[in-house]
Design a protein around this ligand. Structure first.
Ligand SMILES: O=C(O)CCC(=O)C(=O)O
Length: 272
């Protein structure tokens, strides 16, 4: 399938920022047409959620709606086109300096106005049955995003702490059982850390590393929706690493063995 060319080259500065800080904000790479198509896809999925969706505010007994769903590309045509044809995979390849890129999965993280639910401090890698360092998430804003409406906060440089933390549940689940330390109490450490948070316009995105510690406030006081589509991308060094007590996923292709590259129908190669 044809992929949209990048609106401009990713600069050396942006590659360095992603490498050193673990997060970079990129503006203007996604056209108005992508925003329109993905907004329509969001409405479709909010009305017809998939088997892996969750209503996280309700699960926590909190006000508002925090909608989460994953592997949407498998059933929604616009999301399928987005992961195969939008600039997202190419951006991931450039930032991670990777020859090949596999889609790991895509996800909605939608916080409607009046939602109290915060996203807990966590990093992504330990939720997933993979190993390696070249893994990132592209978080695409479909609405204007501010601290008030739930802009994600990122602890700069935490992807290089050399530590893996036990996943924190976004809802009421308790499936995360891996015997590794919990994320430290970042809120009490704010004075010692550098924390990045970006105001975004629709079509802007952030790209963060799979080991970067991050969290997000609720969307309690703004009157703006916070519809985000995330796509998770794996590079050259990522291999299959199954463990117990991880994020729920569709059935994993039986041919994959621990230590294999993840190329498969579930995790298709998009670049390279
Ligand atoms: O959007 C959020 O609330 C959290 C984002 C996040 O955890 C992620 O993209 O990995």
């Amino acid at each position: 399938m044809p992929r949209s060319p990048l609106a401009r080259d990713i600069t050396d500065d942006e590659i360095r920022t992603f490498d050193e800080d673990g997060v970079v904000c990129l503006r203007g790479f996604f056209s108005e047409q992508w925003i329109k198509d993905m907004r329509n896809a969001a409405e479709d999925c909010l009305q017809r959620p998939g088997d892996l969706h969750a209503e996280l505010a309700s699960e926590r007994g909190e006000v508002g709606r925090f909608f989460h769903d994953t592997f949407i590309w498998l059933r929604n045509e616009a999301c399928r086109r987005f992961v195969f044809e939008s600039p997202a995979a190419q951006i991931a390849a450039c930032l991670m300096q990777s020859q090949k890129i596999n889609l790991f999965f895509d996800q909605w993280l939608i916080k409607e106005p009046g939602t109290a639910t915060k996203t807990p401090w966590h990093h992504d890698m330990t939720y997933w049955p993979i190993d390696g360092f070249q893994i990132c998430t592209l978080w695409l804003a479909l609405d204007p995003v501010t601290a008030e409406s739930g802009a994600v906060e990122y602890v700069k440089g935490s992807h290089r702490w050399g530590q893996k933390f036990r996943p924190a549940s976004f809802g009421s689940g308790s499936q995360y059982t891996e015997d590794i330390p919990e994320v430290p109490d970042i809120d009490t450490m704010r004075g010692e850390l550098e924390i990045a948070q970006f105001n975004l316009e629709p079509g802007d995105c952030t790209v963060h590393h799979g080991l970067l510690v991050h969290a997000a406030p609720g969307n309690l006081t703004s009157s703006t929706r916070r519809r985000a589509h995330t796509s998770r991308w794996a590079g050259d060094d990522v291999t299959f690493f199954p463990r117990d007590g991880l994020q729920e996923m569709p059935p994993i292709p039986p041919e994959l063995q621990s230590g294999d590259p993840i190329d498969s129908d579930l995790w298709p190669r998009i670049v390279g």
